[in-house]
Write a protein that binds this ligand. Structure first.
Ligand SMILES: Nc1ncnc2c1ncn2[C@@H]1O[C@H](COP(=O)(O)OP(=O)(O)OP(=O)(O)O)[C@@H](O)[C@H]1O
Ligand SMILES: [Mg+2]
Length: 340
């Protein structure tokens, strides 16, 4: 069985650490929980854990717990016997059984309904289970990997995730960093995805203009590497940088509006603290708010100053500020900078 090598790209410190951790943990059969925002590479890390282990030539089975309705998860995971329920006209093997001596990835584990959480906990403790409607126990010999983009600890507090199950799956945690935390890998990733597109679609050489790269560095990638990958695909297929840029700026704008709205919300949340000895937190803005406001103010002042000193020659201003012309135009619009 061939399993392509999952290559975790990046030369940044956080990614180097992830790569080291994966190699170190690959052959240690403890349950691993991979967490991180959506699109950061959790599945890639799970595949790498499998690939670098002695289980490489055994199956890698992925179960997307979010995609399955509650009634189906149980039979999907554990299989069923013929006649177990109406419509069970033949025996079906579950994913645990199919994984055999390989690895099983329970993706989006946070979406598993409470009734199945109890059963899963039991099965993980016993490392054996009967198929639905069956009696004979089937042993679990696969390596169990779980992944989530949810804050499971918050789910434990809200009561939607069992604490005992959390401790069972989270013997070792791998926290995959967001793309914002390793932007120094942006160019390497961009080139990789570009090359992949070119090879797949036999496209001519594509070069992304530097002002777009500048914008990429400024953007904060809520959808992480998957979003970057999709943008590069779009860019290479569109073959129209201007159109791409327009679309991208719409995204950036949207994100900034969301950020500002959330800042406003943070500022408006009343303090629940009524104890008189405590400082009056309502009087103070959050540090994030203060920082964002300061950045806006400083950027506006500096751009304004350089523009004024150069008679609003925007090409020259962009050069002095070491940003692209387009980025400058964008910032002028965004920050509402006008000639006095
Ligand atoms: N470090 C990396 N190097 C190269 N490609 C990466 C890297 N991280 C992620 N990718 C690519 O980005 C895409 C998304 O990765 P993956 O599916 O593993 O993310 P995920 O965290 O599981 O996302 P989701 O939460 O949406 O399920 C994949 O095409 C993957 O190959
Ligand atoms: Mg995933």
């Amino acid at each position: 069985m061939s399993f392509p090598e999952p290559v975790i790209l990046g030369n940044s410190e956080p990614i180097n650490k992830i790569r080291e951790l994966v190699k170190k943990l690959a052959d240690i059969d403890l349950n691993v929980l991979i967490c991180g925002e959506s699109g950061v590479g959790k599945e890639l890390v799970a595949r790498a854990l499998h690939y670098y282990s002695r289980r490489r030539n055994q199956p890698f089975v992925k179960v997307n717990c979010a995609a399955l309705p509650a009634e189906l998860i149980e039979s999907e995971l554990f299989g069923y016997e013929k006649g177990a329920f109406t419509g069970a006209d033949r025996q079906k093997l579950g994913k645990f059984e199919l994984a055999g001596d390989g690895s099983i990835l329970l993706d989006e584990i946070g979406e598993i309904p409470p009734s199945i959480q109890a059963k899963l906990l039991q099965v993980l403790q016993d490392r054996k289970f009967p198929r639905v409607g069956g009696y004979k126990d089937i042993a679990i010999t696969s390596r169990i990997i779980t992944a989530t983009n949810r804050d499971l600890q918050a789910d434990i507090i809200s009561g939607s995730f069992r604490e005992d199950l959390y401790y069972r799956i989270n013997i070792i945690k791998i926290a995959v960093p967001s793309l914002r935390e390793h932007k120094e890998d942006l160019e390497l990733l961009i080139n990789h995805f570009l090359k992949e597109q070119q090879e797949t679609y036999k496209l001519p050489d594509i070069k992304i203009p530097s002002h777009i790269i500048d914008l990429f560095y400024q953007y904060h990638w809520p959808g992480n590497i998957r979003q970057l990958e999709n943008y590069i695909k779009r860019l290479s297929i569109l073959d129209n940088v201007d159109e791409f840029e327009r679309e991208f700026l719409v995204q950036v704008n949207k994100q900034q509006k969301i950020d500002r709205a959330s800042l406003q919300i943070e500022a408006e949340i009343p303090s629940p603290d009524t104890h008189t000895d405590e400082p009056d937190v309502k009087k103070f803005s959050s540090l994030k708010e203060i920082r964002d406001k300061a950045v806006y103010k400083l950027e506006t002042e500096i751009i304004n100053k350089v523009l004024d000193e150069n008679n609003w020659n925007r090409k020259k201003t962009a050069k002095i500020l070491k940003i692209s012309y387009r980025t400058l135009l964008y910032k002028i619009k965004e920050l509402g900078i006008k000639p006095y």
